[in-house]
Ligand binder design. Structure first.
Ligand SMILES: [Zn+2]
Length: 314
C-alpha cells in the first residue's frame, strides 16, 4: 500500500489516528487516552512505534493533525486548557521531524470542510460551508475551490456572529453569540430557560434523568414529540436557519453542510433548518442554496478530516 495520509485527532480526552487512502478508506485505526502521555514527544513516539511495528511507516506521504487551541499558520498548540501540555507546543514540527514527512495542523471545522470536499458530500462543490455543531459552533468555508483561512488564521468564527434577539452571555465575553443557542451547550441552556418559562409536561423531567439532560436526549425526545424538547429543537433550528440565511449573502454558497453533534439527528433537524432558511433568505438564494447533512461517518470524521488536510496541503 502506498500514498496514504496519516490523520491524527488530538482531543482533550482521546487521541485517534488512522491511515487513509485517496478513496477515504481507513486502513488502520487506533486510539488512546491523551492524558497517558506527559509530553507531546511521548505521544508522537507511541504512534510512530505502533505504525513502525505494523510496517506501515513507508506507506505514509503526509500527516494532518488536529488539536485544541491549534494555530494552523504556525503549526503550534497554544496554551490549551484541556491538555496536560502547557505553553506553546510546535506539534507539527515535532511530528514532521520524527516521521521525516510534511505535517500540517488544522482546526476541526476546516478539517471537516476538507474532509467533506475530499471524501463526502462536497466532492463536486466549489463553494460550500460546513457548520460543525458540537460543544460549540464552528464553520469551515470553501470558496472558489479554496479553503478560506483568513489573514490571521481565524476565518469562519460563525459561532460568534450574534443573533440580535438573544441576551445569552457567551464565553467570549460578548452577548448573543450564535453558539450560545445552536450547539450542544446552547441546547442545554435552552432546556434550562424553557423549563423555567412554561409548565411543560415532559419526559425530560423524569427522575431517571436526574437533571442530566444532554443535547442528544433532548433531540431524541423531540423526535418522539415531547413538547418541551420539540420547542427547544424548533427554536434552535429557527435561529440557525435565520443566521444561515444572512450568511448566504456574503459568499453565495452551493450548500451549507450540517456536521457532527446536534446535526446527527439527520433530516429531522435539517428540514427544520431548511424551512427557516427559506423563510428568511433573499429570494436569490432560497431555491439555489442547499441545506444538507454531512456524509462523513461521525465515528471516523475527525481522522478522515485530518487525512484530507494532509492530502490537501501537501
Ligand atoms: Zn461569543
Amino acid at each position: 500500500v502506498k500514498n496514504l495520509a496519516l490523520g491524527i485527532d488530538i482531543g482533550g480526552t482521546n487521541t485517534a489516528f488512522g491511515l487513509v487512502n485517496q478513496a477515504g478508506e481507513i486502513l488502520f485505526e487506533h486510539n488512546f487516552r491523551t492524558s497517558l502521555f506527559a509530553t507531546p514527544e511521548l505521544l508522537i513516539e507511541k504512534i510512530y512505534i505502533e505504525l513502525s511495528e505494523k510496517h506501515l511507516l513507508e506507506s505514509i506521504v503526509s500527516i494532518g493533525v488536529g488539536a485544541p487551541n491549534g494555530n494552523s499558520l504556525n503549526g503550534t498548540i497554544e496554551y490549551a486548557p484541556n491538555l496536560l501540555w502547557k505553553g506553546i507546543i510546535p506539534i507539527a514540527k515535532l511530528f514532521s521531524e520524527k516521521f521525516n514527512l510534511p505535517c500540517f495542523l488544522e482546526n476541526d471545522a476546516n478539517a471537516a470542510a476538507l474532509g467533506e470536499k475530499k471524501f463526502g458530500r462536497a466532492k463536486n462543490y466549489s463553494d460550500f460551508i460546513v457548520l460543525t455543531l458540537g460543544t460549540g459552533l464552528g464553520s469551515g468555508i470553501f470558496i472558489s475551490n479554496q479553503l478560506i483561512v483568513g489573514k490571521h488564521g481565524f476565518a469562519g468564527e460563525f459561532g460568534h456572529i450574534r443573533y440580535r434577539n438573544s441576551d445569552r452571555k457567551c464565553k467570549c465575553g460578548r452577548v448573543g453569540c450564535l453558539e450560545t443557542i445552536a450547539s450542544a451547550t446552547g441546547v442545554k441552556r435552552s432546556f434550562a430557560l424553557f423549563a423555567e418559562q412554561k409548565n411543560y409536561s415532559s419526559s425530560l423531567y423524569h427522575p431517571k434523568m436526574n437533571g442530566k439532560v444532554s443535547a442528544f436526549k433532548i433531540f431524541e425526545a423531540a423526535e418522539k414529540n415531547d413538547p418541551l424538547a420539540l420547542d427547544i429543537v424548533n427554536y434552535t433550528a429557527q435561529v440557525l436557519g435565520e443566521m444561515i440565511a444572512d450568511f448566504a449573502a456574503f459568499s453565495d454558497p452551493e450548500s451549507f453542510i450540517l456536521f457532527g453533534g446536534i446535526a446527527q439527528s439527520g433530516d429531522f433537524f435539517r428540514s427544520k433548518v431548511e424551512t427557516a432558511f427559506k423563510k428568511n433568505a433573499l429570494k436569490l438564494y432560497t431555491d439555489r442554496v442547499k441545506i444538507e447533512c454531512s456524509e462523513l461517518n461521525d465515528k471516523n470524521a475527525a481522522v478522515l478530516g485530518m487525512a484530507a488536510v494532509a492530502f490537501y496541503r501537501s
